[in-house]
Design a protein around this ligand. Structure first.
Ligand code: SF4
Length: 391
């Protein structure tokens, strides 16, 4: 038996040599005994502790009750900051560095899985800078997690790196989702280049999922500009061929345009290009910049105050809407947008990264406004101004 301790997390009574493992949390003391063997029980305040669970999770504030359970039961004591963990969540416990990672939160609408850190683009504003190390172990972790996810989950996402670099392993992940989560929508963030390969695109389409969409970035109507932004020669042609292959096979495609200093000027021309050449895509998201990863290093090359590209944004939305294309604005604060654009603005920032600034105090539109990424503290618009009656 192994006892591990650190100032943060303590694990006791877990067999020595146990590798990282994935487990679902549970607070149901009446769970049938055979099912308890694969679940981790979260200690409930003032409630008796049931027997037979694979692991018992105490918050520090409950750790005075450790002697209430069998001295052989595997135990993990977490800092009170983990009090957000809830029944149905899935965690990965790694005994090598005495850490946990939360893989899935049942109460969140923004569950997404990083499939790999490898990528064949090297975008100026990449929020998850690519690495080259073999991280294919992540595939097994995702395959172990999917069966533990609630079947009521509305949507899950897959990101990277570039998920399609996993090839057949990525197809396997998606097939596993279809089998275990038949009602759950899937959203994939991909640069689209590998879908230029007809064989791979056909395998993807053959999954025949009821609601699966690929979000693919396209940064310009001019190939050189796109290739510069993604730092990869020839990427534009492959991405366009990927999109065409997917649509030919009846798959859902979303175009994602991150707006920054390198892309804002030709937004109207890009909108015109999309309307004339890719009218059949399912959604277009015009997105504000997130201050993560490479964006911080390339800030001077990327940053433009969103207030300064409203003209181009409005023209682009007008063009797309006039062509009856399904267009949304993501990651933009309502006070920066002309009111005519409000119907297109979505609260797109994941709940766990969402913030409001001091300037927002008293804003009457805070509920409708998506606010900021928490990383926006680094740089945000000089034109944030509360709106409405409470301001
Ligand atoms: S003041 Fe803040 S909450 Fe109000 S619209 Fe602007 S960013 Fe949103």
């Amino acid at each position: 038996m192994l006892t591990l301790g650190s100032s943060n997390i303590t694990v006791k009574n877990v067999a020595e040599g146990t590798g990282p493992f994935v487990i679902r949390l549970c607070d149901d003391a009446s769970l049938p005994l055979p099912l308890r063997e694969s679940e981790a029980y979260i200690i409930q305040p003032n409630q008796p502790i049931p027997e037979g669970f694979a692991l018992y999770i105490f918050l520090e504030e409950e750790s005075g009750r450790l002697d209430e359970i069998s001295h052989k039961a595997p135990v993990m004591v977490l800092p009170n900051a983990y009090d957000y963990l809830a029944s149905g969540d899935v965690i990965r416990l790694n005994l090598k560095n005495n850490s946990i990672r939360v893989l899935y939160r049942r109460n969140s609408n923004h569950n997404s899985f990083l499939t790999t850190e490898r990528c064949n683009n090297y975008c100026l504003m990449c929020s998850q800078p690519p690495k080259t190390a073999d991280d294919s172990w992540i595939v097994d972790e995702i395959l172990a997690t999917i069966p533990l996810i609630s079947r009521e989950t509305q949507e899950i996402g897959f990101t990277g790196g570039e998920p399609t670099i996993l090839g057949d392993d990525f197809i396997k992940i998606l097939e596993t989702c279809k089998n275990w989560l038949p009602n759950t929508s899937i959203h994939i963030l991909s640069n689209g280049r590998n879908f230029a390969n007809p064989e791979f695109a056909s395998k993807y389409a053959a999954i025949n999922h009821h609601d699966m969409m690929v979000g693919i970035p396209l940064y310009s109507d001019i190939s050189n500009i796109h290739d510069y932004v993604v730092q990869a020669d020839g990427a534009y042609d492959e991405t366009i061929r990927g999109i065409l292959n997917l649509k030919r096979l009846g798959q859902k495609v979303e175009i994602r345009v991150v707006i920054h200093k390198q892309t804002y000027e030709r937004l109207p021309q890009l909108a015109e290009f999309l309307a004339r050449n890719l009218l059949f895509v399912d959604h277009i998201a015009l997105m504000g910049l997130e201050m993560m990863g490479f964006t911080k290093a390339n800030l001077e090359e990327l940053w433009i105050d969103p207030a300064d590209y409203q003209l181009q944004l409005q023209k682009a939305v007008d063009i797309l809407a006039n062509y009856r294309m399904n267009v949304s604005i993501y990651n933009h604060q309502l006070c920066l947008l002309d009111r005519s654009l409000w119907p297109f603005a979505r609260k797109s920032i994941s709940d766990w990264k969402n913030e409001y600034m001091d300037e927002c105090t008293g804003c009457g539109e805070m509920d409708a406004c998506g606010g900021f990424f928490s990383s926006a503290l680094l740089r945000y618009s000089d034109h944030i101004k509360p709106i409405g009656a409470n301001a």
